[in-house]
Design a protein around this ligand. Structure first.
Ligand code: CA
Length: 235
């Protein structure tokens, strides 16, 4: 099945270059030039991935991502022009799956798109495995349970809504309980070798995860910060 990518970029030459390169890779591509058109087309198209510029006419990329994240599961790859936007891009409000800072090479963009779509595909496949094939394996830490078969996390028997990356991060912690895990190691294992992000990505996702699984995110007991080192999952 052809995967569908929506490009949202107001700069015509970049928009065309992106569309051209991604079509050449075999993806189904639509491209629009402003935030309002992005909402309309995304709702109609249900893309697998959205390449989303931040500075856009009508609605900016932050707003578009915030709205669409609630409506669909498309992966979001944001294009930022400034370093000081990155915290917001990977933060709670926007929650982009990945980002690239302008200027970037087409080769780099395509690598990121492929990595992102591969992850989404694997996760979907695993979720759709028939239950009888695998016995439910569940990791339990007091009132927190991770169902490895269903990819479902519950806290005091209530389902916790986690994004795919948060789930992977939690699972990585759970499988390495009480071990000090450096940001670099986490980045490498959870985001993958090909990921060229920085450790802020890990920090933001940890902050995010804490808000969902800690009793008091400001005083975390499950995922503790190791000064000068990284993080340790206490269970
Ligand atoms: Ca722009």
């Amino acid at each position: 099945m052809t995967e569908i990518i929506l490009i949202v970029e107001d700069e015509p030459s970049l928009r065309e270059a992106l569309a051209y390169s991604l079509k050449k890779e075999g993806y189904g591509v639509e491209a629009v030039g402003d935030g309002r058109a992005a909402l309309v087309v995304a709702r109609k198209l249900k893309p697998d991935l959205i390449v989303l510029d931040i500075m856009l006419p009508e609605l900016d990329g932050f707003e578009v991502a915030r709205i669409l994240r609630k409506e669909m599961s498309a992966a979001i790859l944001m294009l930022t022009a400034r370093d000081d936007e990155i915290d917001r891009v990977v933060g709670l409000e926007v929650g982009a799956d990945d980002y690239l800072t302008k200027p970037f090479s087409m080769r780099e963009l395509i690598a990121r798109v492929k990595a992102q779509l591969r992850r989404t595909r694997l996760l979907k496949e695993e979720m759709h495995k028939p239950d009888e094939r695998v016995a439910h394996e569940i990791l339990t830490f007091e009132n927190l349970s991770i169902d490895l078969t269903r990819h479902e996390v519950t806290l005091s028997a209530k389902i916790v809504q986690l994004k795919p990356k948060e789930y992977e991060l939690l699972l990585f912690f759970a499988e390495h309980r009480r071990q000090m895990l450096s940001r670099e190691l986490i980045l490498e294992r959870v985001w993958g070798w090909g990921y060229i992000g920085d450790s802020r990505t890990v920090d933001v996702h940890v902050r995010w995860l804490r808000q969902k699984i800690e009793t008091d995110a400001a005083d975390p007991k499950r995922i503790v910060t190791v000064r000068g080192g990284g993080y340790r999952f206490e269970g």
